[in-house]
Write a protein that binds this ligand. Structure first.
Ligand SMILES: Nc1ncnc2c1ncn2[C@@H]1O[C@H](COP(=O)(O)OP(=O)(O)OP(=O)(O)O)[C@@H](O)[C@H]1O
Ligand SMILES: Nc1nc2c(ncn2[C@@H]2O[C@H](COP(=O)(O)O)[C@@H](O)[C@H]2O)c(=O)[nH]1
Length: 211
């Protein structure tokens, strides 16, 4: 208990608490976090993950992800360069220590967009983030959003929907997330996200004003 108290105290002194956004593929995590970073570019910074999946049209290497080969990613994991990593729908994903440090060095709130395995693994670290789950209003709407996004093959879409069903059950575990947001109306969901982060946003703004 004391260890956890001092770990949290140290994290508070070290800078603002990071934020983990998780939820099924297609629930709207990227849409919401992009809105947040656009409105609060001097408050939030995105933790750029590594992945072995191919870039989608419009995605930029180093901005959306660091696109790497399996060999390079495995080497990084073996070197201890990653806080967490996971296999998702046939590809590897991971948060490097450098990705988080780059954002924290700018005194920004670091946002991680990670899957459920990532959430479970981050819980074993001393990162002490705020955990937010973004959920779709229904499986039918999730499927429609994923299809309309036109980024997935039928096989990848089915894999993602299967993972979504499993993860939506797991996410009901009490205490796993600090806040659960149903992303039905986008503006409403965005308002709830800002509300959930208001304390941390205010802290960073106050620090920036006084420096
Ligand atoms: N509230 C909403 N209403 C309607 N469409 C939405 C809403 N939120 C997001 N979308 C759309 O749904 C699709 C999926 O959203 P997005 O890519 O942000 O999901 P994601 O959770 O980041 O998915 P992934 O985990 O696969 O990256 C996008 O085409 C986005 O424009
Ligand atoms: N555990 C981790 N999960 C990650 C990371 N980066 C992204 N993700 C999750 O992967 C799926 C699929 O993403 P997509 O961009 O291929 O649609 C999604 O749930 C992301 O949240 C990571 O570094 N670690």
């Amino acid at each position: 208990m004391y260890m956890r108290f001092f770990s949290r105290l140290y994290s508070a002194m070290a800078g603002p608490r990071p934020v983990v956004l998780s939820g099924p593929s297609g629930a709207g995590k990227s849409t919401l976090l992009k809105k947040l970073i656009k409105e609060y570019d001097s408050v939030f910074g995105f933790s750029v993950s590594h992945t072995t999946r191919n870039p989608r049209p419009g995605e930029v290497n180093g901005k959306d992800y660091h696109y790497v080969t399996r060999e390079a990613m495995q080497m990084g994991i073996d070197n201890g360069d990653f806080i967490e990593n996971a296999e998702f729908s046939g590809n590897m994903y991971g948060t490097s220590k450098a990705a988080v440090q780059d954002v924290q060095a700018k005194n920004l709130i670091c946002i991680l967009d990670i899957d459920m395995q990532g959430v479970k693994n981050i819980k074993k670290t001393d990162l002490n983030p705020i955990y937010i789950s973004i959920q779709p209003p229904s499986m039918d709407i999730l499927e429609k959003r994923l299809r309309d996004r036109k980024t997935e093959s039928e096989e990848s879409l089915q894999k993602r929907l299967h993972i979504a069903r499993v993860d939506m059950e797991i996410s009901k575990e009490p205490g796993l997330f600090d806040t659960v947001i149903i992303n039905d109306d986008l503006e409403e969901a965005y308002g709830q996200l800002k509300q959930a982060l208001l304390v941390e946003i205010t802290k960073v703004k106050n620090v920036n004003m006084s420096s």
